[in-house]
Design a protein around this ligand. Structure first.
Ligand code: LLP
Length: 380
């Protein structure tokens, strides 16, 4: 549970991201303890948070990195990750990004289409290298999550459709500078229904039979990420149910001898350790509503505006009787709203407000919209 150091906060300019590194360490300990039970490999999806302070802890815990851009690959290297623990996914890898990853000697490209793997083959050939690839297959599993973050369904820009697997594999086999070693899947994000992961295992088992029958040796089974967190109760459930999660794969995934299982967890590792701390600038009394206008905006945390995502909002200063507020930012867009009808102690100018569970896809998705500055980060 995060305890906020209010004395320290008192002297600081707002808004800022506050990271509870103790909670991150506890979360990482749990991940490591549970994954080690089965010898699984976890690559942290750095798209969720690329803050060097967090990456240092993640590296110390021995996790690898899952990247989706050349700059993320570079970031992983700059932060001391072993290139052999870096995987690189993404539907639109540019030539320079492919070169950078080959130069660095990453473990695996997760390839998403035939044209892409043909380009990787060409670039690898020119560099006199071989690229190890895992083929991202679209398993057509419904993750029962938000429409914008569902990725595993058939009609999707991601991955290779089930009906194309055969033709893509035979085309890859003809490429001299490509070694197909793995299968890659990712069905979506913020998934709390373990049945979706069980369904993924079933689909992988079916596919593995096809690969075995066709004598294509698979060494890596990468099941992606997507484990969700409890946005409603960040204190009661500050560490996700890693035990239950890894156990689903242990129970339902049928592996062949020597196969490695890779995971790409982002949100589940870092979401709960991050909080956006902001200050109330004005309380505006509308006709029916009260607005708490805060000094953080959608440029600092875009999830509520972009996905209507829920983040728990707390008043850290006031202990007065509760009232209801729409908590809004200063950006010139009606969608710059962190929460509607938020019940919190009576609020006044200067109160500190915590927007919880903001450690994943918060800081990293911030922008300079309205030319607002990028919020700094503070560690526990
Ligand atoms: N692997 C792949 C191929 C992915 O596309 C993603 C996330 C992950 C792993 C990590 O997923 P996680 O364990 O974090 O769920 N910005 C959105 C989330 C977008 C997720 C994109 N892909 C949000 O704020 O909810």
């Amino acid at each position: 549970m995060t305890q906020f150091p209010l004395d320290r906060f008192a002297g600081l300019e707002t808004p800022f991201y506050y990271y509870d590194l103790d909670l991150l360490k506890q979360t990482l300990n749990k991940v490591v303890e549970q994954k080690n039970k089965y010898g699984y490999h976890v690559h942290f999806a750095v798209k969720a948070n690329a803050n060097p302070g967090l990456l240092a802890e993640i590296r110390e815990a021995g996790l690898g990195i899952d990247c989706v851009s050349g700059n993320e690959v570079q970031c992983a290297i700059d932060n001391g990750f072993d290139p052999q623990k870096i995987v690189f996914a993404g539907v639109g890898k540019a030539d320079w990004e492919i070169k950078l990853a080959l130069e660095a000697g990453i473990r695996c490209f997760n390839i998403e289409s035939l044209p892409e793997v043909e380009v990787i083959n060409e670039i690898a050939g020119a560099m006199n290298k071989k690229a190890t690839v895992a083929m991202r297959i679209n398993p057509n599993v419904d993750a029962h999550t938000h429409q914008y973050i569902t990725t595993g369904l058939e009609e999707n820009k991601f991955g290779i459709g089930l009906t194309e697997v055969e033709s893509v594999v035979s085309a890859i086999m003809k490429l001299n500078n490509i070694e197909l070693k793995g299968l890659h899947f990712h069905i979506g994000s913020q998934i709390t229904d373990m049945g979706a992961f069980q369904a993924l295992c079933t689909r992988i088992n079916e596919l593995q039979k096809w690969f075995e029958a066709n004598k294509v040796k698979i060494e890596i089974v990468n099941v992606g990420g997507g484990l969700g967190i409890d946005y409603e109760h960040p204190d009661q459930n500050s560490i996700p149910t890693f035990e239950e999660y890894f156990n689903v794969f242990h129970k339902f995934l049928e592996l062949r001898d020597g196969q490695e299982v890779h995971f790409e967890l982002g949100r589940a590792i870092v979401a709960q350790c991050g909080t956006l701390i902001t200050k109330v600038l004005y309380v505006k009394e509308g006709k029916k509503k009260k607005f708490a206008i805060v000094d953080a905006g959608m440029n600092d945390l875009i999830r509520p505006a972009l996905y209507h995502a829920y983040h728990k909002i707390e008043n850290l200063t006031s202990k007065a009787a509760t009232e209801q507020y729409d908590v809004v930012g200063p950006v010139c867009e009606s969608s710059d709203c962190f929460g509607q009808a938020v019940v919190m102690p009576q609020t006044k100018r200067g109160d500190l407000i915590a927007i919880r569970s903001a450690g994943a896809y918060g800081e990293v998705m911030s922008s300079r919209y309205n030319l607002r500055p990028i919020a700094p980060t503070i560690f526990s």
